[in-house]
Each structure stands twice: as C-alpha cells, then as structure tokens.
Design a protein around this ligand. Structure first.
Ligand code: SF4
Length: 891
C-alpha cells in the first residue's frame, strides 16, 4: 500500500495566509491540518481552515466548458473567447473589453491576465474584487510611503504592548491573528483596544472598546495626533529626519478636533474612554494599529488610512519590533494581485502608468500594445457596461452579482454586455447565469502557484487533488486565449514556475532600489527550489539571500526624496444627504464560519451550523422605534433596494446602526441578500465602495407561521415564502416563514414545496394549535419534511436532521419525526457554538450549570468545545460572563 503523501499548501480564505498540510488517502478522503512550520499560523487553523476538507468534492462544480449553456470542447470554448475579444476590440477599441479578477487567483494566474490586457490588448481595464477589500489601504500607503508597502509583520503582534483594532472584527475575520493577540495579552499583558461602531467578538475580549459613530474614525485619529502634539509625545527626530508635511497634517487635524471634548462630541464616544485610549497610545512605544474593512470600505477610506498612519509617523513607530500601522487584507492573495498589477490603476510589479514605467514594462514584455493610463475601477467598469463603453468582460474566480454593491446595476450591466465570459470552479455562482461562455477553472487543492498574505509573505499553494472533469488552471486558460490571439511567444508558459520566474525578473528589472517590490533573488529559481519554496517575505532583491521582515524603521521610504508624507486629512460627512427617509446606517461584514458568497464554505455542513441564516442586527431602541421583535422579521430598505431578514435585537449594535452579513445572496436566501442594498458610493481616491455605510430604514414584516424544512434535494421554493438554505449532513435545511397556503389547501401547498406525490405525504396537523407537520416518505426513506407553527417553536432541526442519516425510517423514528419530540431523552443541543465538535448552546449551558464550569479550559475539558480551532473561544468566554444557565437553555 502506498503511504499517502502530505502536501504543504496554504488556506484559500483570509489574508492571514495560514499554512496547511493536506493529505489525500486512497479512498479519496482528505485530511487538512495546520502546518506547524508555517510562520503565519504555526500549526493553528480557524474553523474555516479546519473544515477545508468538508468543502471538497465534485458537487456544484463547473466541470466542462460551455457556450450558451451547452457543453463544448476546450478548443471550441477558447476559440470563441479569442474570436469574441478580437472582434469587439477591433470594432470598438481596446477599452471596450475588461477583465474582472479576484483575490482567489494565484499570483501566476493574475500575472498572465494582467499582462495580456495591459501589454497586448492595450487596455488597463483590469480590476479585481480586491477593490472592495483594501484599495483604500493601497492608496493610503502610496500617499504616505510612496509605495504600497506593509511595513511590519505578524511577529509584531507577539511583541506589541498595545494593539489597536480599527474597523476589524479579527476574532471572526482573521481568527488566527486574533489568537496571537490573545496570547500576547496573556503572556505579556498586551492591551487591546477595539474601535468599531458595533460590539463584536473582538471587542468582547478588548481592554477598551470605543463604539464610535459610523464614519468618524478620521476625527478620532486626528484628535490623537493633536493630543500627541500637545503632550509633546511626538518623535521630533524621526519627523525631522524621515518625514514631510507634519505641520500641515497637524493643522488639518486641529480643524477636526482640538480637544478631547471635541472628539467626544463628534464621535459620540465617552470622553473618559477617549482620554484613556490617547494616554495608552502616547505612553506605549510598542503599538500596532490594525485596520481592515471598517476603515477601507468607506467613501473616505483613504483619508482614514492616512489619519492612522500619521499617528505612527508622528511617533516614529513604524518598521520596528512590535509597532507600526498594519493593513489586514481580506483575501488570500489580495497582496499577490497588487504585486502583479491586478488593480486598474497599477501596471505590474508595483509600477504605475508614468511614462518611464510604461516604457520599462513594454520593453520587458516586448509588448505590442501597452496600456498607457489607468483603466476603469470595478464599479466604473460595470457602469461602462451599462452605457455600452465596455462590450466584453471576462470574470475570473469571483461572483460580482452577489458581491458588488447595487446588484441590480451589475445584473443590468451583464445583461447588456455583448460577451460575458466567466471562469469559475463552481456552477452555483450567481454570475454564471449571465455568462455566454463558461470556463471550468481549477479550485483549491487542484492548482499550483504562489499567494502573498497580509505581511508580504509569499507562500506556495500546491496541488494535492486531480483536476475534476475538464477543469484547467486559470493561467493555462488565459495563456491559451493569448496564443489564439497571436501572442504565442509571450505566453508560451508550460508551468506556473515559468510565470513566477518572469514575475520575479520583472520586479528586479531596472530596479535600483527605487521600487519596493523586488524579488529578484527568485528570478532564476530552479524547479525543485520552487517546489520546496518556504514562505518568504518580500522584498528579496538579488543577492539578499533572504526576505525582509520589516521596512522603514530607519526611514528609506519609496518617495522621490525618501521621506514619508504626512497627509493632511479631515473628516467628510458621508451621510449629509441621506435625510430622514433613511435615518439608519447599514453596515455589512462577515460571520465567523462563512466566506464571501458561500460558494465554497456553503458546501460544508460543519460551517453552516454556527450562523444558519442571515439576520439583521439592531439595537433595542431601534427595534421599539420601528416595531420590530427579536426573532421576528424586518425589511431593510435603502435607496438601492429592499431585502428582508430575520431580526436579532442586540445591545451590541449602536443605536441608529444596523448590521447584515455579506455572504447570503439570491442562491441561498429568498430576499436576495445584502448586495442589492448597499451603497455604490466610492472613495474618490481609491475607488473602493462604501460597503459599511449605507443610509437605510426598516419596517416590520409579519408571518403567520414559522419553522423549517429539511430536504435531501435542493428545492425550488414557491414565491411568497421567506426562506434561507444551508447545507447539512444528508440534507438541505431551509429556515422558513410563511402565511400559509394562498388557497387554504395545506396538503397541495406542502406538496408544491416538497415536490412529492399525495401517497408519500405523512401528516400531523393540529389546526387549533396552529401546528402543521408533514413528511415526504418514499419507500420508507424520508425525503423531506416541513414543520410550521404559529408560535415559532418547532422542534430543533439539529436532531430532526439526524433522521436523514438513515436510509429507512421504521415505525418508531416516524413517530419521533411527526411528534417533533425525542422519546429517548435525547437533548437538543440548541444553536451550535463550537462548529468543530457540534457543541450547542444548550449542551454548554447544561454542562456549565451541572459541573460549575468557570473557564474556557474547563469547558474544553468537559465538552471539547473550543479545543480545536479556537474560533469559538471568544463566544465561550462571553457565555461564561453572562452565565445565567436556566435562562439561556433553548427549549
Ligand atoms: Fe484560513 Fe482561518 Fe488562517 Fe484565515 S485564519 S487563513 S481562514 S485558517
């Protein structure tokens, strides 16, 4: 028997970039563990990384090329792509075509797509979903440093004495980094400050939480700059030796906030908390400020980034151990995309569209038709499709219908566009519906190349699975199209290493140290060294022999004079025109166990347990104001659309601010999800949409019946029902609310939902009590069931779904099913808190109560909860803090 070979690769989700070890066994099962040697995670994985093996398999995969919905050969598909692009380019010019890429692509994929468009098709219309994630950080870095450089690394977390998280729920969105922060808190007493309009799992663990009014971050940091200046806590020497523009930035800051009272009034934070935060910052040399989407996804995101960087420059706290401003990227290869020019306003290897750079890249590529100016950024690109300027788009590894703001406009754009090409792994991505040509791409575990994480660390992604169906790597697909367009020599790659070498060589080409991104040391890498490449941080110029952990500790910025720029910024009011029609602010973000539009994580039953449906979170004051009950339903309306969600009333929300998770879309929730609602306004500098800041209002929705439906097959749910669906072991679970059958005929209506024959329907109805239970049973196997009642207290689906594990349902389990109660004393675990071990809130509360558990460690010892990935530990601590066991047990 052949011993399975473990393969080292990287997690395909967030920008932490954790190393994993994947082992494929003879029965095709896969085991995924953390890579103990990867410096980003040192063996740890969060819930999403731990569940990677449960997302694999061929179901919902796009397996064959298709034109017009019909399977075709690769040759036919590639010819059609090339002919389509050529025809539209010849007729309407280079700027009539566009590529929309993704932080899911590997650097090698990104490189060839960018090269084809910007060097050979003559347009810079290449943008990426990373525009939604961190474009404001890129713009802020370039304004301050002259380059898109993250100065520090993750080790700074371990060595900081103060960690500030701004607009970042790292406990859920960058969990392994958050665990490192918590370890620093335990071992060296590191203080943690969270700055976020809403309370989160991260703020629960913080020493200080500043729940500022949405959009007021610049005021808070301008106030800090003013405070540092007044206190004399600035590093005059660092400013004099290495920076420009300090006085102008300070003068601008003073127009926003002179005193702490000013800051408190405008941010609506308690003045004592502001003073405490400012005092900690002023007196703590080793301070790291992490910022993420809460900063970037704003119509003034770039200014916010610079307001933060200004404070670090003023104190000289940059590029040294345990300190610095630190942008956390959301995607696994957002940084790799930036390196190769995946954004429309970048060229390649961190070069821009200045004449010297365009000429340099033209010579390096021997490019016949170089783009010479910025292309259209993501939202502008889709607007240009609506008005006919762009007539062909190639979308790779992303799902804009479900992820871009104002999805109605995205759909209109795709419907109008003459040629829509989509390369994707999954057949259920909403954007595929609008594709003329569908190309099956290799997925995680099947493709080979490199990615770069938030700390500039380049790691290998390695294949450990065969390509399913006729799927192909993206770099291969793009190169084949390029060859058909006549660019044989420039795209004659045989393997990812050929592309990587060229990418590395370009980074070093005519680079005398003036450009930050230089990995010339790797330009001649041998095949075996590429295969074995250990994670390394750029820059790594030729002859360096090793990577660079930190930059700028001694200055050396990439501006013309080598000095960093303070940027004078003041807060701009994003909501001035919203008016009383939309008195609330809609914020969006991630939940703990899902990723983006759920095409991958939605396949995992394990990951569907913690948050089984999207909810709108609102403060009790707003709930009263709009007449909305906890557990009821609310319609969220914005100037761009309306969508309905279950309501969760929580004091974690600020009054006036509501939150809806970003993941659900038309594929998995009846209302179509949040993309239809969000504000398409962009930061004028970075072009990043203001996904966290949408003017909104609410109205209550009422349904007579609530419950759930479980089905072995995906259902086509009739109109008029509120539903959301997740994948469970052996079945799909639909959370349902409805007013009942439109014509009063329950059996007919139920059969239209469950898709079964009259003789397959088993019924238990109590009309007076408003209880309706039906099961579709075929040859003793339960195919589907539905539980609806007026009180909304159907039995827990957690144990009903267990009946789907069995192929036959004899008398006793049938009675159990229809009774909605176990008769063997089995305890309903309640809402799942620990996804790794399926430990629910009821089981937790019972153990806490009966065993007098007082710590996360004791819970782990008793129930194993929290002992694998640790992602649920903040929630376990919160449950312990709020312990009132009898009240918390769900019945
Ligand atoms: Fe993957 Fe989690 Fe690591 Fe992010 S923190 S890279 S999602 S394992």
């Amino acid at each position: 028997m052949v011993t399975p070979l473990p393969v080292k690769t990287t997690c395909p989700y967030c920008g932490v970039g954790c190393g994993v070890v994947a082992t494929r066994y003879a029965d095709n099962s896969v085991r995924v563990e953390g890579d103990g040697e990867h410096p980003s995670n040192m063996g740890r994985l969060c819930s999403k990384g731990s569940a990677l093996a449960t997302t694999l398999g061929e179901h919902d995969r796009l397996l064959y090329p298709e034109i017009g919905g019909k399977r075709v050969s690769w040759d036919a598909a590639l010819d059609a792509v090339a002919e389509g692009l050529r025809g539209i380019r010849d007729a309407y010019g280079p700027d009539s075509i566009a590529f929309y890429l993704s932080g899911q692509l590997l650097t090698e994929d990104y490189y060839v797509a960018n090269k084809l468009m910007k060097g050979f098709l003559g347009s810079a219309n290449v943008d990426t979903n990373s525009r939604l994630c961190m474009a404001s950080s890129v713009a802020g870095h370039k304004r301050a440093f002259g380059s898109d450089t993250v100065p520090g690394n993750y080790q700074d977390l371990d060595e900081a004495d103060l960690i500030i998280l701004v607009g970042s729920n790292a406990a859920w969105c960058h969990p392994i980094l958050f665990q490192r922060m918590m370890a620093a808190k335990r071992t060296r007493g590191t203080r943690i400050v969270t700055i976020d309009p809403r309370g989160t799992a991260s703020s629960e663990e913080a020493d200080l939480h500043l729940g500022l009014a949405p959009g007021t971050d610049t005021i808070l940091f301008n106030g800090l700059l003013t405070y540092l200046a007044v206190l004399g806590a600035v590093d005059r020497q660092f400013i004099a030796n290495h920076c420009s523009g300090y006085e102008a930035a300070l003068a601008a800051a003073r127009t926003d906030a002179v005193t702490i009272a000013d800051v408190a009034r405008r941010t609506r934070i308690d003045a004592r908390d502001i003073e405490r935060f400012y005092a900690w910052f002023a007196t703590t040399e080793r301070t790291v400020t992490f910022y993420s989407q809460g900063i970037n996804q704003s119509s003034s995101g770039t200014d916010k980034v610079n307001a933060i960087i200004n404070c670090h420059l003023a104190t000289g706290r940059i590029g040294r151990r345990g300190m610095g401003p630190f942008s956390l990227t959301g995607q696994p290869n957002a940084m790799g995309g930036r390196e190769v020019g995946g954004l429309a306003n970048q060229l390649a290897a961190h070069m821009g569209f200045d004449n010297a750079s365009v000429d340099r890249v033209r010579r390096f590529w021997s490019a016949p038709d170089m783009a010479r100016r910025d292309g259209l950024k993501a939202l502008d690109m889709f607007d240009a499709m609506v008005d006919g300027r762009i007539r062909a788009i190639w979308i790779m590894a992303t799902n804009p219908v479900a992820s871009l703001p104002n999805s109605a406009n995205v759909i209109a754009a795709l419907e109008k566009c003459e040629l829509v090409i989509v390369s994707d792994c999954f057949s259920n991505a909403a954007s595929l519906r609008y594709a003329d040509i569908r190309l099956p791409a290799a997925g995680w575990g099947e493709k080979d190349g490199t990615v770069t994480n938030s700390e500039r660390r380049i790691s290998r992604q390695r294949a450990f699975l065969p390509l399913p169906g006729e799927a192909k790597p993206d770099w291969w697909i793009v190169s084949e199209v390029a060859r058909r367009l006549g660019f044989h020599d420039a795209f004659s790659y045989d393997a990812p290493i050929d592309i990587f070498r060229e990418h590395a060589a370009l980074s070093a080409y005519e680079n005398d140290g003036a450009r930050d991104f230089d990995i010339g040391e790797l330009a001649d890498i041998e095949v075996e060294d590429y295969d074995a490449l250990a994670p390394v941080q750029w820059p790594m110029p030729k002859g360096s022999g090793e990577g660079t952990p930190r930059l700028f500790g001694q200055g050396g910025f990439f501006t013309a004079d080598g000095r960093a720029n303070f940027v004078a910024v003041t807060e701009r009011d994003a909501f001035a025109s919203a008016g009383s029609f939309y008195p609330l602010t809609l914020n969006t973000g991630r939940v703990r166990d899902q990723w983006h539009t759920m095409t991958r994580t939605g396949r995992s039953p394990t990951l569907s347990q913690h948050t089984p449906e999207p909810v709108v979170k609102l403060h009790p004051v707003d709930a009263r104001r709009f007449g909305i009950e906890d557990g009821g339903f609310a319609s969220v309306r914005t100037p761009w659309g309306e969508a309905e969600f279950k309501a969760e009333v929580s004091e974690e929300q600020r009054i006036g601010s509501v939150f809806v998770p970003m993941h659900w879309n038309a594929e998995n929730v009846s209302s179509g999800g949040v993309a239809a609602l969000v504000n398409p306004a962009c930061d004028p500098i970075s072009g990043q949409p203001a996904l966290k800041h949408t003017p909104a209002t609410l109205r209550p929705k009422f349904y007579r019946f609530r419950g759930f439906c479980l089905s072995r097959r995906r259902l086509t749910v009739p109109a008029g029902l509120h539903w959301s669906v997740t994948r469970q072991d052996h079945c799909y679970a639909y959370q349902i609310a409805a007013d009942g059958p439109p014509n009063g005929n329950w059996p007919l209506w139920i059969r239209s939902i469950l898709k079964c024959e009259p003789d397959q329907l088993v019924t238990m109805v109590d009309v007076r009590a408003g209880v309706y239970r039906y099961a579709a049973i075929d040859a003793d196997r339960v195919e589907a069931c539905i539980f609806l009642d007026r009180g909304g207290d159907s039995p827990s689906l957690h144990w009903v779904k267990g009946l789907f594990a069995s192929e036959t349902l004899d008398r006793l389990p049938r009675r159990i099913l229809m009774a909605g109660r176990t008769i063997d004393g089995m305890v309903d675990p309640g809402r799942i808190v620990c996804a790794c071990f399926s430990v629910g809130i009821n089981a937790l509360m019972a153990a806490i109560s009966s065993q007098s558990l007082v710590s996360v460690e004791q819970i782990g010892a008793s129930l194993k909860a929290g002992t694998n990935c640790g992602s649920c530990q903040p929630e376990l601590r919160e449950i312990l803090r709020r312990t009132d066991p009898p009240d918390l047990i769900e019945t």
